[in-house]
Design a protein around this ligand. Structure first.
Ligand SMILES: [Zn+2]
Ligand SMILES: [Zn+2]
Length: 166
């Protein structure tokens, strides 16, 4: 017995001779399986774009099945399914956009360090300046945890450092 050829798309094994392989790779069944496989890997947005260009498959909607399956030149998606697909694509687009925006909002470490360096050079080295500013919108809120409340000199009433941490 010679080597065997395994076709992943069709989940089928046969003796690997050129003639048999050629025949298999050109068979309608194999081409269909292969197309179905790539159909499943496609982005929903790509499927939607393609399906919207097709007219409904009469055979599929009248008889409930169509021999061409995912390979049909007409669409097997009902209006409801297309609508669902569109919603899914839109949801994906929104979350992709959100992710992108979130990434834009995080400043680079370099830019922060630059700002920090500048603020040190500019000021008297005796005074420690923070390179960030307290968000104004938090200043007058009364529901903040202690760690987020803006520090004011009048909050500083215990200068007995030796007692701290006891
Ligand atoms: Zn095959
Ligand atoms: Zn069809």
């Amino acid at each position: 017995m010679g080597r065997r050829y395994y076709c992943e798309y069709c989940d089928k094994t046969f003796i690997d001779v050129l003639e048999a392989r050629k025949k298999h790779l050109q068979s309608a069944h194999h081409i269909k399986q292969k197309n179905l496989h790539y159909e499943q890997c496609k982005e929903p947005a790509v499927i939607l774009r393609e399906e919207l260009l097709k007219t409904p498959c009469r055979r599929f909607f009248q008889h409930g099945s169509c021999q061409f399956e995912g390979n049909c030149k007409y669409t097997h998606y009902s209006p409801e399914q297309l609508c669902e697909l569109r919603q899914r694509v839109e949801q994906m687009e929104i979350s992709r956009q959100r992710k992108e925006d979130a990434q834009k909002q995080i400043p680079l470490l370099e830019s922060w360090l630059e700002k920090y360096e500048r603020s040190i050079k500019k000021t008297d080295s005796q005074i420690v300046h923070t390179p960030w500013t307290y968000p104004e919108m938090l200043e007058y809120r009364s529901d903040l945890p202690a760690s987020l409340i803006k520090f004011r000199p009048e909050h500083f009433h215990d200068d007995n450092f030796e007692e701290w941490g006891k």
